[in-house]
Design a protein around this ligand. Structure first.
Ligand code: AMP
Length: 215
């Protein structure tokens, strides 16, 4: 099963891609994680990407396309994969279509208000990337997996969050229509219907159900 996780920043793409990756034993490929790793390793790509990422802008299409093309050619992708955060523009989607066969594009839907609340209330582990809601941490601001002190992602700072949502609406939201027309779109609401947050487990159940027909 080759899956795309679509959706705005803060919708929980990373969290749910991890859950589905474990369930179906297929790799979770996050272009954001790959780019952050490249920044940490101070590679040429990383240094170039950082300028865009810190401002909440998209990294140029060709940079991420090359990354994904190389990653999907690896042996562990032979039985399926989950793309999280790619494609993010119609140009990326069109290019992806030339070297991959996508089975389903799962769209996580949320209101902007909920996303802003989530992103500005989120800390991540700088080592393993796990995200946490500050309100759920109960004062212990360390990673539950590896005990590393959690940090606020540079691009989760309030001024950058607004920019990321603006970029999402302008560049990425058109992909909903794009995959809808291809008949590959499945929508999953990540709120309770009136914009309120709901438990991760409830969303995970909705996602599993939406994917059942493809498994
Ligand atoms: P994410 O962790 O998916 O929210 O990505 C963090 C940042 O990495 C984004 O705000 C972009 O600057 C960059 N990025 C990740 N994936 C892509 C992509 N497919 N196209 C362009 N930029 C991307």
């Amino acid at each position: 099963m080759n899956i795309i996780f679509l959706g705005p920043p803060g919708a929980g793409k990373g969290t749910h891609a991890n859950i589905i990756s474990a369930k179906y034993q297929i790799p979770h490929i996050s272009t954001g994680d790959i780019l952050r790793m490249a920044i940490a390793n101070q590679t040429e790509t990383g240094l170039r990407a950082k300028e865009y990422m810190d401002k909440g802008q998209l990294v140029p299409d060709q940079v991420v396309i090359d990354i994904v093309k190389e990653r999907l050619a690896m042996a562990d992708c032979a039985d399926g994969y989950i793309l999280d955060g790619f494609p993010r523009t119609v140009a990326q989607a069109e290019e992806l279509g030339t070297f991959a066969k996508i089975d389903v594009a799962l769209n996580l839907m949320a209101s902007d208000q909920l996303l802003v609340e989530r992103l500005s209330g989120r800390l991540v582990c700088p080592l393993c990337g796990a995200p946490y809601r500050i309100s759920a941490l109960g004062g212990d601001l360390t990673c539950r997996v590896d005990s590393t002190p959690l940090i606020l992602r540079e691009d989760d700072k309030p001024e950058t969050v607004d920019k990321r949502l603006e970029v999402y609406h302008e560049k990425t939201a058109p992909l909903i229509d794009y995959y809808g027309k291809l008949g590959l779109l499945r929508n999953v609401a990540i709120d309770g219907g009136t914009g309120e947050d709901i438990p991760v487990e409830t969303v995970a159940e909705r996602i599993s159900k939406a994917l059942e027909e493809f498994a």
